[in-house]
Design a protein around this ligand. Structure first.
Ligand SMILES: NC(=O)c1ccc[n+]([C@@H]2O[C@H](COP(=O)([O-])OP(=O)(O)OC[C@H]3O[C@@H](n4cnc5c(N)ncnc54)[C@H](OP(=O)(O)O)[C@@H]3O)[C@@H](O)[C@H]2O)c1
Length: 170
């Protein structure tokens, strides 16, 4: 049995997801949702995103994709190709009893993952900042919107935002 891949991303109105290897906003409610969606699961991320976070996140297993054969970091798994990352993710999910492997960015990794993911958990952030990393518009001929919840700006969240869930069409 293949374990499904889920993709978790926060995207501005203009498609921006990051700049200078940093996030573009402070949204505590979205961080909490990210934690809930990824907890107990293996996560696949690019080397740049890993370095931006700087450490493995607790309660999850981190698989870092890099082409650099010399890359080393403690407490994470390393993969040198997409297929290797997915194979490691499936193996770890089995060991952890997880029902999915989460793809958590950045832009390069999302592009590679999109043809393979079953579900997209997208946070649309109501702002349009200057970015240097982007997520493409979701292809609604391939993905169906299955849930949408809007949240206002608040002391915890510096912009209004909407959680939109997409499921691959069969
Ligand atoms: N808003 C969000 O939800 C969100 C989530 C995550 C990240 N981000 C943002 O996204 C930005 C980073 O995205 P990015 O596209 O610059 O970098 P990235 O996707 O995090 O990492 C890119 C790196 O992944 C490795 N890689 C890519 N394809 C590979 C392949 N086929 N095989 C092996 N390794 C491969 C390469 O590492 P090497 O160079 O080491 O070979 C490449 O430089 C940051 O601004 C970050 O804050 C935003």
């Amino acid at each position: 049995m293949t374990i499904p891949l889920i993709l978790v991303v926060a995207v501005a109105k203009n498609g921006a997801i990051g700049r200078d290897n940093q996030l573009l906003w402070r949204l505590r409610t979205d961080l909490k949702r990210f934690r809930e969606l990824t907890m107990g699961k293996p996560m696949i991320m690019g080397r740049k995103t890993y370095q931006s976070i700087g450490k493995p996140l607790p309660g999850r297993e981190t698989i870092v994709l890099t082409r650099d054969g010399g890359f080393a970091a403690s407490g994470v798994h390393i993969a040198h190709s997409w297929d290797e990352a997915v194979a490691k993710g499936e193996g770890l999910a089995g060991e952890m009893g997880a029902d999915a492997v989460a793809v958590v960015g950045g832009a390069e990794i999302y592009r590679m993952a999109l043809p393979h993911v079953e579900t997209i958990y997208l946070t649309e952030v109501a702002t349009a900042p200057e970015g240097d990393a982007f997520f493409p518009p979701v292809d609604r001929t391939r993905f169906r919107e299955v849930a949408r919840i809007s949240h206002p700006k608040s002391p915890d969240d510096e912009h209004p935002f909407t959680f939109i869930d997409f499921q691959r069409r069969r």
